[in-house]
Design a protein around this ligand. Structure first.
Ligand SMILES: Nc1ncnc2c1ncn2[C@@H]1O[C@H](COP(=O)(O)OP(=O)(O)OP(=O)(O)O)[C@@H](O)[C@H]1O
Ligand SMILES: [Mg+2]
Length: 263
């Protein structure tokens, strides 16, 4: 199965319940997977769209974000397509599907001032698109990223966590460097110019995040420092000199913290 994600850069923000959005996307991807045999293709994409009146349902003209999940799977007959978003409508065997997936997706688009569009043909795959109104320019959150992208050094001793956090910063528009422990972090900083931000886990074998942060503060006084831990202070250590983010955190949490730091 080929799986692709295409997200257009610098999309305008939308106002949507994040948890429900995640559920909706998951419902769509599960539907796509269930209908797509091995060797098929599933593509998630997000792009900005300027819609005219009548282009998508009864949506007023304006700027929208279209988030779609396309599959090359079995597709739907016109009869199934007509009923697909109905609550409890399912073609899956008893006990397999609740038939609530698409109705949740539909509900979310409606409560968000958007709409849902399904294009499907038997044997030719399915594309389900969620449309959400883009926030007006003056309602857009102040973006942490400037035109000159900032450089962050992310430090964590757990490789999976390190990669996940690195990805969050990449998505926020940062140039990302990584290190698996305090020593190598210091080496990276001595080698690399223009690192703007140190983002470090606290509990690590060898030099811990607070020791690292203190050394960095002495050697690179201009650097912004943000520490993170699954343990709250004071168990995590004495973090009073530094900004702190508790784990687990989402991209939104990091963005919010960075905005606060920028003030
Ligand atoms: N990507 C798709 N390809 C083909 N048919 C689909 C697709 N998505 C939905 N359908 C059809 O629409 C029906 C309803 O989908 P919906 O997500 O609401 O419920 P479900 O998938 O059957 O159950 P659940 O979501 O609870 O697992 C499905 O049973 C299926 O017949
Ligand atoms: Mg489903």
């Amino acid at each position: 199965m080929h799986f692709e994600v295409h997200v257009a850069p610098r999309l305008p923000a939308i106002l949507v319940d994040a948890t429900q959005f995640e559920t909706a996307l998951l419902n769509l991807v599960v539907n796509a997977r269930d209908s797509t045999p091995d060797g098929g293709r599933i593509t998630i994409s997000a792009q900005a769209r300027d819609l005219g009146v009548g282009e998508v349902g009864a949506l007023p003209a304006g700027r929208y974000i279209e988030v779609s999940v396309a599959d090359s799977g079995a597709g739907m007959s016109p009869e199934v397509l007509a009923r697909a978003v109905e609550p409890f409508f399912t073609t899956k065997p008893r006990g397999k599907g609740t038939g609530l997936g698409l109705s949740q997706v539909y509900g979310l688009t409606q409560q968000s001032g958007g709409d849902l569009r399904i294009a499907s043909k038997l044997g030719e795959g399915t594309t389900v698109s969620m449309f959400f109104p883009a926030l007006a320019a003056e309602q857009q959150p102040v973006h942490v990223q400037s035109d000159i992208s900032e450089k962050v050094l992310v430090v964590d001793d757990q490789p999976e966590v390190l990669e996940m956090v690195a990805e969050i910063f990449r998505n926020l528009g940062f140039d990302v460097l990584t290190a698996g422990d305090g020593r190598s972090a210091l080496n990276v900083l001595l080698r690399e110019a223009n690192v703007d931000l140190l983002f470090s886990d606290i509990v690590m074998p060898g030099m811990n995040g607070i020791e690292l942060a203190n050394q960095v503060k002495d050697r690179f006084p201009a650097m912004k420092i943000l520490l993170a831990s699954g343990y709250p202070p004071p168990e995590a250590g004495d973090v009073k000199d530094f900004d702190f983010l508790s784990k687990p955190f989402s991209m939104a949490d990091v963005a919010k913290k960075l905005r606060a730091l920028a003030r």
